[in-house]
Ligand binder design. Structure first.
Ligand SMILES: [Zn+2]
Length: 164
């Protein structure tokens, strides 16, 4: 897997056209910034400042590569299909397998929630049968084995495995 300049795991920033990709990558556990609408120059500056790989479908950003000093690494997403975009990132070595999931809404790493605390946030049967819960407090998002998010995450994980 590719590394960033300091040998860490690559982190990403997605342009406005890639909202679904940003959410899917977060579910897979990758750190993806998805800033509010802003100019290309600001997007590039944030990528550079935070040492993120810029994911984009915007020709102007790609062609502007020479005009900003210290341009961040840029990956041009070739397909409009989010699943093909993920396959491309696997094929080019940017991502490999699923990590600990992050919140699809805000990008924070999900935290373990104590079982008793999840009682108020999950259906009774779920609470009685599940042993662990992951959550994002600020977004009120909760994930457990077999939940909608968990099953979706597994499907994406299989896609990663089959794309390698
Ligand atoms: Zn969140």
């Amino acid at each position: 897997m590719r590394r960033d300049e300091e040998g860490g795991e690559a982190r990403f920033i997605a342009d406005r056209m890639l909202g679904r990709l940003a959410r899917y990558l977060r579910i897979l556990g990758y750190d993806v910034a998805y800033p509010a609408p802003c100019s290309d120059a600001l997007l590039v500056m944030q990528a550079r400042r935070e040492k993120r790989v810029l994911l984009t479908r915007d020709r102007e950003i790609i062609e502007g590569a020479g005009s900003y000093s210290g341009y961040p690494p840029v990956v041009e997403m070739r397909s409009q299909s989010v699943l093909q975009q993920i396959e491309q990132l696997v094929g080019e070595g940017w991502i490999d397998r699923a990590r600990n999931p992050r919140c699809s809404l805000c990008n924070r790493a999900l935290k373990e929630m104590p079982h008793w605390e999840a009682r108020h946030l999950t259906p009774p049967f779920t609470h009685a049968t599940q042993v662990s819960f992951l959550y994002c407090g600020p977004c009120n998002l909760i994930l457990w084995e077999g939940s909608h998010w968990d099953l979706f995450r597994r499907r994406l994980g299989r896609l990663l495995a089959s794309s390698r």
